[in-house]
Design a protein around this ligand. Structure first.
Ligand SMILES: Cc1cc2nc3c(=O)[nH]c(=O)nc-3n(C[C@H](O)[C@H](O)[C@H](O)COP(=O)(O)OP(=O)(O)OC[C@H]3O[C@@H](n4cnc5c(N)ncnc54)[C@H](O)[C@@H]3O)c2cc1C
Length: 445
């Protein structure tokens, strides 16, 4: 008897948001053999917040994991863009309309809550097997049967894995991408953005005697303090018990570093220095970070890849479209990837490598242009936020002033809060679009 598509063996490299979503969405569409290989010993919950945009929530809800994540998240009522130096408000945009427009509220949450929600969903699926503490390397064959080497980190012998479909969801440093591009003779070095980020969480009990900061943590406002080449975005997460700050600043600490690490323990004094000319309230906030808990990330991207697919291998998430955080869409886009791949593979007419490749190219068709547009838009928004004195900044601030005069209605230089941008990002139902367009796109491949 011919093999059914759902019997195909699928290997997923990486258990980040992209890999977890692929696994869960595929299992829910009846795939029975899904193996997830993750380098880390566990999900390695990063202490940081994350925006849970409506396009992400829609996918998560479709997978049945949104409710617990939503229960711990904070609903965003509005956003305030402020001058870092004096805390004066440049613009204020109400975001309450998002729920009625897109069906989901715009929420913010803890990364661990999002990852754990997806993981708990996966644990309910007997089709998914996790291989933690296992490093995948040396993708040798890309099809008809992809192969790679799995190396247990705790001392077991490396072994070769063969599968029908390989999904490289292994993040910005993706080995899968490197192997694929090497084979295709494409040079896609990771691009330096010259930007780095501190990610900070302040607990409510740390600021209990500071009414000004308590007001921030109790609010439903996303605040952005901006300055030349730097900004801070901040919001409360975990039912308003933690205040999350994510900064962007010129990368000086990593400047000389190699590719080996994109994250490091930062120096608190250096962090305070970066924002030394920001207002006293911001400085007070930053000063609450315990010594030794300053974590700095290097922000990297790469040029658009010529393809995300080779034979029966596909790239997913940051492996193929790493995005600067200024639009808060990187994880949302990785999650869309997972949802679209599952729909495309579930519609396979047969299990030949040719059909697998065509279905993966349908995934690429639905996703690539959209994701790459957002990568560019996030970079452009960052450039606008980080302007120094000059004509461009004067024009940006004129737009902010006009927005303020119109009660928050109109184009927003901070693209994250712009209604037209939101329409394109939040209004896109990736699962529905793939369902509707699959047959036509597949026939064109
Ligand atoms: C400062 C900052 C703020 C952000 N804020 C937001 C936000 O508000 N909203 C949003 O949507 N996005 C945000 N993002 C982006 C988001 O974090 C990423 O886009 C997202 O996490 C990418 O998910 P991923 O699964 O593709 O990759 P990753 O999360 O990097 O996961 C890849 C996984 O693969 C594993 N792995 C790597 N190599 C191997 C190997 N060889 N073998 C086995 N396993 C391997 C890794 O251990 C990791 O678990 C932000 C990013 C930054 C830096």
């Amino acid at each position: 008897m011919a093999k059914a598509p759902q019997d195909l063996q699928i290997a997923i490299l990486g258990a980040g948001m992209g890999g977890l979503t692929c696994a869960l969405a595929l299992a829910q569409r009846g795939f029975k053999n899904i193996d997830v290989y993750e380098n880390a010993h566990d999900l390695g919950f990063v202490g940081a917040g994350i925006q849970l945009a409506p396009n992400m929530a829609r996918v998560l809800d479709g997978l049945g994991v949104w409710k617990p994540i939503e229960a711990e998240a904070v609903n965003i009522g509005d956003t305030s863009v402020r001058v870092g130096a004096d805390n004066s408000e440049l613009a204020h945009v109400e975001l309450g309309y998002i729920k009625e427009t897109y069906g989901y509220r715009h929420m913010v949450g803890h990364r661990s809550s999002l990852a754990n929600g997806l993981y708990q969903g996966c644990l309910k699926e007997s089709a998914i097997k996790f291989h933690f503490a296992t490093t995948a390397s040396a993708v040798e064959s890309f099809g008809p049967r992809p192969t790679f080497t799995a190396t247990p980190r705790d001392g077991g012998s490396p072994y070769k894995v063969e599968c029908d479909i390989l999904l490289g969801a292994d993040g910005i440093k993706s080995e899968t991408r490197q192997a694929m591009m090497k084979l295709l003779d494409v040079n896609t070095g990771v691009k330096d953005t010259n930007q780095a980020a501190y990610r900070i969480m302040i607990h409510k009990d740390q600021i209990k005697d500071d009414p000004e900061l308590l007001a921030l943590i109790n609010s439903t406002t996303v605040t952005r303090w901006i300055g030349e080449k730097r900004h801070i975005i901040a919001y409360a997460v975990s039912n308003n018990t933690i205040y999350n700050l994510s900064t962007t600043q010129p990368d000086t600490n990593f400047a000389a570093a190699t590719n080996a690490t994109y994250t490091t323990k930062g120096d608190k004094k250096a962090m305070l220095n970066v924002f030394a000319d920001f207002c006293p309230m911001v400085q007070r906030l930053l000063d609450y970070v315990p010594e030794g808990e300053v974590c700095e990330w290097k922000l990297r991207v790469h040029d658009p890849l010529p393809t995300w697919i080779h034979k029966s291998v596909a790239l997913v998430g940051d492996a193929c479209h790493p995005t600067l955080p200024h639009l808060a869409q990187g994880a949302a886009q990785a999650i869309e990837d997972g949802a679209v791949i599952a729909v495309a593979l579930s519609r396979l007419p047969d299990t030949t490598p040719e059909s697998i490749n065509k279905a993966l190219r349908v995934y690429e068709k639905v996703r690539k242009e959209r994701a790459e547009t957002l990568v560019e838009m996030a970079a452009a928004s960052g450039r606008a936020l980080h302007l120094g004195d000059g004509a461009a900044k004067a024009e940006r601030d004129r737009q902010f002033a006009e927005l303020k005069a119109k009660g928050g209605k109109g184009p927003v230089p901070d693209k994250w809060a712009d209604a037209d941008v939101q329409r394109n990002i939040y209004g896109f139902d990736c699962t529905k679009v793939t369902e509707e367009q699959f047959d036509e796109l597949f026939s064109q491949m």
